[in-house]
Design a binder for this molecule. Sequence first.
Ligand code: ADP
Ligand code: ZN
Length: 733
Amino acid sequence: MTPAAGDFFDEGALVGVLTTQPLDRVLDYAAPEGGCWPGAFVEVPLGPRKVLGVVWGAGRGDHDRAKVRSVIRVLDLAPMTPAMRDFLDRAAAYTLTPMPAMLRLATRAPGLGDAPAMRRVYRLGQSAPDRMTAARERVLGVLRDHGGLSFTQAELAETAGVSASVIKGLVKQGAVRDEDAPRDTPYPRLDPDHGGKTLTAAQAQAAEALRAGIRAGRYGTTLLKGVTGSGKTEVYLEAVAATLRAGRQALVLLPEIALTEQFLTRIEARFGMKPAEWHSGVTLTERRRCWKMVGQGGCQVVVGARSALFLPFRDLGLIVVDEEHDTSYKQEDGVLYNARDMAVLRASLSGGQVVLASATPSLESWANAQAGKYARLDLADRFGAAVMPEMSAIDMRLEELPGGKWISPSLKRAVDTRIARGEQALLFLNRRGYAPVTICRACGHQIGCDDCDASMVEHRFLKRLMCHQCGETRPMPTACPSCGAEDRLAPVGPGVERLEEEARALWPAARIAVLSSDLFGSARALKEAIEGIAAGDADIIIGTQLVAKGHNFPELTLVGVIDADLGLQGSDLRAAERTFQLLRQVAGRAGRASTPGAALLQTFQPEHPVIRAILGGDEEAFWAAEAAERQAAGVPPYGRMAGIILSAPEAQAVFDLGTEMARNDAPLRRIGAQVFGPAPAPIARIRGRHRVRLLVKADKAAPLQQALAEWTGQVTLKGDLRMAVDVDPQSFY
Ligand code: ADP
Ligand code: ZN
C-alpha cells in the first residue's frame, strides 16, 4: 500500500514513533533505508530491545540528533489509516488512557512482525476427474463458484460437505491443485444478493432507512428498537448487505461469545459464506489473519466482541452494536471504555453508520434519539404469529412458602401446566452457585474471602466455596473456620444450583437443565447445551442472566422470575434501568414461536414503580420517567460523571490520598464540577487491596476530561498506590 504523495519521510528524516511501551511520549527515530510514511508499522530499538511502533508523524527534533537511533524496518503490514490514528487519539483523550495502552489495544494479534507463515491450500486444477461422483461435483462446484479463491483442506471439506479423502482423490487426478500459500489469506467473499428474506412492510421500511444511510456514505447513528423476535437482526443484515455493495467493511458487535456461533450460521445463510470472527475464543493464528486482512481489505465483515472495535479496518462503513444496552460493552479493567460510545466515535471519524439494536435500549441511547442526535427506527411487532408474552406478578406476601424454598405454589402450578402440554419453562435467577452466603449455626460466623470484602459463595457442583470478586476457591469445609463446630454450616439464600435441587424435588420426572456460565468448561460445551435446549432436550431451564442474551428457544412458553426485586436494591443510579432491561429481556424469551408465552414475576413489592412499568409494558412511559429523574439529579445522560478508584494494600494510605485529592480540587471547580468522597467503595477490599472511591459530577457541556487530566496529574502515586479513572462509569462496585 502506497501512501499519499507528499506524505513521505526519506531515509534519515526524523520521524515520531508511537510504541506499545509505557512511555509518555512519541519518540524520535531516523527513517530507515527506503524511507517510511505516516501510519507505517515499524520495528524500532528501545534500549536493548526491539519493539513494535507506528510512525505517528514528523519527529520533534528536541533530542540530541547524534543519539537518535534508526527505525530497524518497516513491517509488511497495511499502514494505519489516518482515521484509525485519529480514533486512537480521540479515544485516548476521552478515556484518559495513555497512547501506548491504546496502541496495545489496537495491535492485539500475535506475530505481526513475523515473516508470513505458509500453509497448504487447494484450487481448481486443469484436468477432469476420471469418474464424477456427487461429492466430487460438490468440491469442484465450490471451487468454481469462488473463482480464484483458495481453501484449506478443512475449509473445502466443510463447505462442500465431503470428507478429506474426496479432496485427496481429486488432487491425485489433477482436478484440484494444492500448493503452499501464505497462511494469512483473504476471507471468502460475501454475496449481498445471496439468501435475502422477504421482509415485512415494517422491516422493509426500517431496512430501507438504514440502506439510505449507507448509500449516503457519511456518519450517522440509528437506534433500532424492536421487541425480541421482531426481526432487528434481519433488518440490520440488510444494512450489512448495502455496506458490501458499497465496497466497504462492516463490524457486528455481540455482547456474548456464546452467541457468535448461532450468528455466524445466520450470516452464512444470508451471504453464502462465514465472516471473520474476533473474540477471546478465536485461535491466535485466526486472530492474526483477521487483523491483517481487515487492514488489507481482505475481510469484509467481522463479527466480534467489543475489542474488535480496535481492529485496523481499512474502510469501515458500518458498525452494528447488537443488544446495545448490554453491560458487557463496558470494559471494566485495563483501558476503561464503553464499546457502544467508542463505536459512535469510530464511525464518526471513518464516515460510517452505526446501528444500535436493542429491545430495551440504554437510557443514554434513548435520550440521544429523543434529542435528535440519533435517528430512531421501531419494530413494534414480533415476526409471524409470535406475540409478546403476557406479564404478571406473583405477590410473594400472599404465597405460602417454607423457609429455604423459592418456587411459590402459583409459579409451580403454571410450570405444571406447561410441562403437561409438552412446552418448556424457564426459571430465572441471576445468581450463580448454590447459595450466596454460608453461615455457621453455632457461632453465626459468615464465611468471607480472605482477600476481598465479599462472602464466599458455595458452588455445590464443584464442592467448593468461591469468591465472585477475585475468583479464589477453596474446598467446602465441614467445620466452621471460626469456632470449629462440625457440620453446623448452613447455606443462606438461593443460587441456581439450589433452585435446581428444589425443582428436582417438585418435578422428579422433568428433564431439568441449568444454564450458568460457571457450569461449563468451555464455550463449546455451553454452546452445545444451548443447542440441545433449543432442540427441546429440557422441560425446565434454570438460568442466570446468560439466558437473557438473545438465545432462541422456540418451545419456551413460560418464564418465571424467582426474585424480581433482586436488582432493585443498592444505590447504583442505573438499578431501575438495569432491572427493567433484564426482566424485559428475560420475559422476551417466552413465546417466540406460534404458542403465546407468559412471564411471571415473583416480587415482594408489586407496587414498586419499576415492577409496575415492566408489567404495564408502557416502555416509553418508563423511560420518560427515568429520564426526568436523572435530569432532575443532573446525572448521566443529563450530566457527566467520572469515578476515581484508589487502591493499595494499606487502608490508611488510600484514604490519605483520597482526602488530599478531594482537597486539591481547583481544576475541577474551575469547570463547575463537584467531587464527592473519598468513601470506601461498596466492595471495600478486592484481592487484598483496600479501595476508596471519589466521584466527580459535572455539567453535560463541561470539558470534563481536560479538568480530570489536570486534577489527577497533580498526584504522584507513591509505593503501591494505584489510581483508575473511569469516565462515564457504568458500575459502582
Ligand atoms: P430480533 O433480532 O429482533 O430478536 P430476529 O431477526 O432474530 O429478531 O428474528 C426473529 C426470528 O424471526 C428469526 O428466526 C428470524 O429469522 C425470523 N424472521 C424475522 N423476520 C423474518 C422475515 N421477514 N422472514 C422470515 N423470517 C423472519
Ligand atoms: Zn476474593
